[in-house]
Ligand binder design. Structure first.
Ligand SMILES: Nc1ncnc2c1ncn2[C@@H]1O[C@H](COP(=O)(O)OP(=O)(O)O)[C@@H](O)[C@H]1O
Ligand SMILES: [Mg+2]
Length: 259
């Protein structure tokens, strides 16, 4: 797949849509403590598409979960659209994720007994609203799945399920989108399609998009890349080419564990 590097978007100004200040997170499993985030601070603004890259296990998904209110950090602060997540109840957070905050899960998180169409309607159903059939069919078509409207996840390929997960967020029309490896199961053509959608959400619709990816081509089409190593943000890049991103990523991952 060739990188489609458009003119870099101008740096968005104004209030950040997402701000993290010095967040830490340790998991405890079977009595063992697993420290994962060691004090992460970042900001991302409306109209901006930000990539997070780093070796497997460096804490990227945990960071995204904390930013989206799916995990609570042990310390530090996450503010989304002006709201401090520590002050939100679980119900507030759930409401946010059905509305203004969209999450594309790495493992898709589709309901296996529902059709693709019904899965895309889910945020509306959870808000006790009726989804607009034409909008839902439109987003399914836009991710190339019009013909799979009535298929259920167990009969779909990983790539198809990943595109249903994206369609669900597109139908939800959130102003802040978190996407965890949204092209992980896709061939290069579908990958470009997904990237195009995420880019339009940020650059046309003024949404804030934060995308975890290991793919330098995906990251190269973002406005900014944050590099993680061992639970810390260690570098930042405004990408100019896929090759430059691949080199930067190799540099970051080869220095793993030095500090
Ligand atoms: N719920 C959890 N319980 C225990 N350990 C976890 C949990 N989630 C993640 N981890 C651990 O945290 C570390 C970072 O995981 P993760 O955030 O998924 O990294 P990445 O997305 O960069 O691969 C890994 O060592 C992983 O095993
Ligand atoms: Mg991950």
């Amino acid at each position: 797949m060739t990188a489609t590097l458009e003119q870099p978007a101008p740096t968005p100004t104004g209030q950040p849509a997402v701000a993290a200040r010095d967040i830490t997170k340790t998991f405890t499993t079977g009595g063992t403590q697993v420290p994962v985030l060691h004090g992460v601070s970042l900001e991302a603004r409306p109209g901006e598409m930000v990539a997070v890259m780093g070796a497997s296990g460096s804490g990227k998904s945990t960071l995204l979960y904390c930013l989206a209110g799916l995990e609570r950090p042990d310390a530090g602060e996450v503010v989304v659209n002006g709201r401090n997540l520590a002050e939100c109840s679980r119900a507030d957070l759930a409401r946010m994720r059905r509305g203004e905050v969209g999450f594309v899960f790495q493992a898709y998180n589709l309901v296996p007994t529902l059709t693709a169409f019904e899965n895309v309607c889910l945020p509306h159903l959870l808000r006790h609203e009726k989804a607009d059939v034409a909008v839902v069919e439109g987003v399914l078509e836009s991710v190339g799945l019009a013909h799979r409207r009535d298929a259920r996840p167990p009969s779909m390929s990983g790539g198809e399920q990943q595109r249903v997960a994206l369609a669900r967020v597109l139908a939800q029309q959130p102003s802040t989108i978190f996407a965890d490896e949204p092209t992980g199961a896709l061939d290069s053509r579908s990958s470009e399609l997904v990237l195009g959608h995420l880019g339009r959400l940020a650059h046309r619709d003024d949404a804030c998009v934060v995308v975890v990816t290991h793919d330098p081509t995906v990251a190269a089409s973002c406005d900014r890349i944050l590099f993680m190593r061992d639970g810390l943000l260690v570098d930042e890049l405004r990408p100019t080419s896929t090759e430059q991103v691949a080199r930067a990523l190799a540099g970051i991952t080869s220095r793993r564990g030095e500090c």
